[in-house]
Design a binder for this molecule. Structure first.
Ligand code: ADP
Ligand code: MG
Length: 538
């Protein structure tokens, strides 16, 4: 990134301009559903006893510049990544090998694996699987003179969120950059990035590109629903898609963007939301003696006569151990897994998204990529491999490279230690790593992986409007997510798979303060952002 771009971005504004911009964003977000239910730390239970309030999602006031070439590389890799993870989830034996050492020390993964084995023993009755993925990246710039490269932070196979709100952020920033006229924005001062000032060194898109995340994600649910086909109930019940959500979900408007899209484009497909605590009371599976095909029957709580056969369960919950705080939650996961509904994701696909799998994939001895992607060109595999940051196993004993780096206070400075968890707030960074490891037994090391820290551009800046209305400005780090979906047919025990749909479409940019290690928006670390693609003359 040329120093000149960040030196002048975001452009300087007067207090009046900033107030106008912030007020416009506050009003636009509410009007257009770029919203969240407020965290009690922002609006106390006392002031919001009936939980009626919503506020703007944390959002940047300006889109962030992003190198076009890196964005296109991420887009190009998505369908390859989709296929890779479909292949991993289909290879039960390989995944079982990876899980073997983890289940010894990680009860959460052990319980998930146990459910898979129980359902396998009984016999799976659905051979379609749906993946709705998000591959997350950061730009890597090891020193200011090098051009940025793209490095993957993680690949998400469960509850990949923010597609719904990301589309709206793009719409917001596009409007701010182009209203009332693309050559003259009221909200943003002239700048080469908006194509409203000239620059010899920058070619820019001028405003955020169209974001297709909602269409991509909703279409995957629709295709899966249609692929379920014949009813397994007699007489046949109408069919529906279930959105499985957390009790007290605050990010529901992001989810509703998908269900609303299905309602407007495919009115005949009902979608319903079910909180985890209600799975066992609002859904049922007929006894095997009565109906061995195990349809999942949903009874609407507001109308006991409204009964549906569930075609797809879309998990926006049950990815974190804290959600399994009762035996009923585990029973509910088992209940869904053994049903005939198409799971997004199945337990095998959920486990394929483990950090450990991502670490094992970086290994070149043996190289697993060729095995999972036998038809992919060498050039594409090289590009995929180039998107990996170095990662190390922590399971190979005290003399192994991973353990040696993690325990060395100097080397640990450039690394992050990750457990097999999702949703933010679980990692251990830099100098905390050796101290942390000394506090646990060596036997437990293997539940972690060690990853080299990606070094994002050092000069990036932006301004964010927090959900409590505060405006914060400063040095930032952005993380790009690309959405992709895959629907395939396979049988547990066989590595054969038949891909029915493989699609890429839509992006998320999350931007956080430079001094924050973690990146989750829901966890309160980041703001939603969008991007403007640019190229720099060399
Ligand atoms: P989670 O599943 O909890 O989202 P991640 O692997 O995405 O776990 O890590 C959480 C956050 O930590 C990321 O969003 C990113 O901001 C930061 N992070 C993770 N890995 C790296 C890395 N290798 N280099 C720099 N930052 C990282
Ligand atoms: Mg993450």
């Amino acid at each position: 990134m040329g120093i000149s771009l960040w030196d002048s971005y975001p452009p300087k504004v007067s207090d009046d301009q900033l107030q106008y911009l912030a007020q416009t964003v506050k009003d636009w977000t509410i009007f257009n559903g770029l919203t969240v239910r407020p965290n009690p730390s922002i609006v106390s239970e006392e002031s919001n006893p009936n939980h009626v309030l919503a506020t703007n999602a944390p959002v940047t006031l300006y889109p962030s510049p992003f190198p076009k070439q890196c964005f296109e590389q991420a887009e190009d890799l998505q369908k390859v990544y989709n296929e890779l993870y479909a292949a991993i989830a289909t290879d039960e034996e390989w995944l079982g090998e990876v899980m073997k050492e983890l289940v010894e020390v990680d009860d959460f993964l052990a319980n998930l694996w146990k459910i898979h084995l129980q359902v396998k023993e009984e016999g799976y009755v659905q051979d379609l699987s749906l993946g709705m993925f998000r591959s997350d990246y950061m730009l890597h710039v090891p020193d200011d003179s090098s051009s940025p490269s793209l490095k993957q932070v993680e690949f998400n196979t469960i509850s990949s969120s923010f597609g719904g709100l990301a589309v709206r952020v793009g719409d917001l920033h596009r409007e701010l950059a182009t209203y009332p006229d693309p050559t003259h924005s009221i909200s943003y001062p002239p700048h080469p990035l908006f194509n409203t000032a000239t620059s010899a060194s920058i070619t820019s898109g001028g405003y955020p590109p169209t974001n297709e995340a909602v269409d991509t994600l909703a279409s995957a649910l629709i295709t899966a629903h249609q692929s379920y086909r014949d009813s397994r109930t007699s007489p046949p019940l109408p069919q529906c898609i279930l959105f499985l959500v957390q009790d007290n979900e605050r990010n529901l408007f992001d989810q509703m963007a998908l269900s609303q899209h299905i309602r407007t484009t495919n009115r005949e497909i009902p979608t319903f939301r079910i909180p985890t605590s209600k799975i066992l009371s609002q859904t049922s599976i007929p006894a095997s003696s009565e109906n061995p095909s195990r349809p999942l029957i949903y009874t609407h709580p507001a109308n006991p006569n409204a009964r549906y056969e569930v075609t797809v369960v879309y998990f926006r919950a049950l990815y974190a151990p804290t959600e399994y705080d009762t035996p009923a939650a585990w029973a509910a996961r088992h209940h869904l897994e053994r049903s005939a509904a198409i799971k997004c994701p199945s337990i095998l696909l959920h486990l394929s998204g483990s950090k450990k799998v991502q670490q094992v994939l970086t290994s070149t001895d043996p190289s697993h990529l060729e095995r999972f992607l036998p038809k992919t060109s060498k050039e594409t595999l090289d590009s995929l491999r180039a998107s990996f940051a170095p990662q190390y196993s922590m399971s190979e004993g005290p003399d192994s490279e991973g353990v040696r780096i993690a325990l060395d206070p100097d080397l640990a400075q450039k690394h992050v230690l990750k457990p097999q968890r999702e949703g933010g707030g679980n990692n251990i960074y830099r100098s905390n790593i050796p101290t942390f490891l000394k506090g646990i037994s060596e036997k437990e090391y293997k539940q972690y992986i060690l990853m080299e820290l990606i070094q994002p551009p050092s000069k990036a800046r932006n301004v964010a409007l927090r959900s409590d209305g505060q405006i914060v400005s400063g040095d930032v780090i952005s993380e790009l997510g690309i959405f992709g979906t895959c629907l395939w047919r396979s049988k547990v025990g066989s590595q054969e798979k038949n891909i029915l749909q493989n699609r890429m479409g839509g992006y998320l940019l999350r931007t956080k303060a430079r001094d924050s290690d973690e990146g989750g928006v829901a966890a309160g670390f980041s703001s939603l952002d969008s991007l403007i693609l640019y190229e720099e003359a060399v």
